[in-house]
Write a protein that binds this ligand. Structure first.
Ligand SMILES: [Fe+2]
Length: 249
């Protein structure tokens, strides 16, 4: 898997250059606005529970790697509740019609985020080879590591203002996630690196890694656009409609 991890590492550097990451680093912007994309991340954060439970988890495990995947997915399938807590703490629990919530979650502004989620299911649901699923899971973890690290820096600033701890976007989440799948052993990275793949497995893994990273980059761009269109305290109203309603007053 050495070449696989090397490609993931290289792609991870590209993700670090995306506009959303740079936006979160811009300290001239209010930290609340730098996290204004987070409601649009909901379709992924919530479906990730099912991806872990339904697709990555397999009982009984038929290999050491599947055992590791089970440990990992059992843990990661729980983190959606942290996302809900953050949304509540960030003030997004204000009443909204059920049908408006559905329109928001399945609307045009979050289509890339959903596409990324659908494609992960598409790639892995019928995949029998755990090594291919491992390459995909490692890609997701690497991207999560970049995004969550940056978000945790902003969340720290937010904590100074609100005195609240944010379990999903705050630093405690990134501490739990190393950038690799989480399993009970000394060096997961070392173990994974030494797994041997056939040429066919490598080729397939390379293609899928490119796809996963491209999907995440697209959805990060979409969330960057979202943060530009929506004031952090009005996620369900676009800036242009706010401008219009202000002009009418
Ligand atoms: Fe997580």
């Amino acid at each position: 898997m050495k070449e696989i991890l090397a490609l993931i590492e290289k792609k991870k550097q590209d993700i670090a250059q995306t506009q959303l990451i740079q936006f979160m680093q811009d300290k001239s912007i209010d930290p609340r606005q730098r996290l204004a994309w987070t409601p649009a991340f909901a379709p992924f954060a919530m479906m990730f529970k099912d991806f872990n439970r339904i697709v990555l988890y397999k009982e009984p495990a038929d290999s050491k790697i599947q055992e590791m995947m089970n440990q990992h997915s059992r843990e990661d399938a729980q983190h959606w509740s942290w996302f809900l807590k953050d949304m509540q703490l960030m003030g997004y629990d204000s009443p909204i019609n059920y049908t408006d919530a559905l329109k928001f979650l399945w609307g045009e502004e979050t289509i890339k985020v959903r596409q990324m989620a659908y494609n992960l299911f598409g790639i892995c649901t019928l995949e029998e080879d755990v090594l291919i699923k491992l390459a995909v899971a490692e890609s997701v973890e690497a991207i999560g590591n970049v995004g969550l690290f940056e978000a945790s820096q902003v969340a720290k600033e937010l904590t100074e203002i609100t005195k609240q701890h944010y379990p999903y976007f705050g630093p405690s989440h990134i501490v739990k996630e190393t950038g690799h799948i989480q399993a009970d052993m000394d060096s997961v990275e070392n173990f994974i690196e030494n797994i041997q793949l056939t040429e066919a497995q490598k080729e397939k893994a390379f293609t899928l890694i490119e796809k996963v990273f491209a999907d995440f980059a697209d959805s990060m761009n979409e969330m960057f656009t979202f943060a530009h269109k929506h004031a952090y305290d009005r996620p369900f109203t676009t800036m242009s409609s706010i401008d219009k309603s202000v002009a009418q007053i």
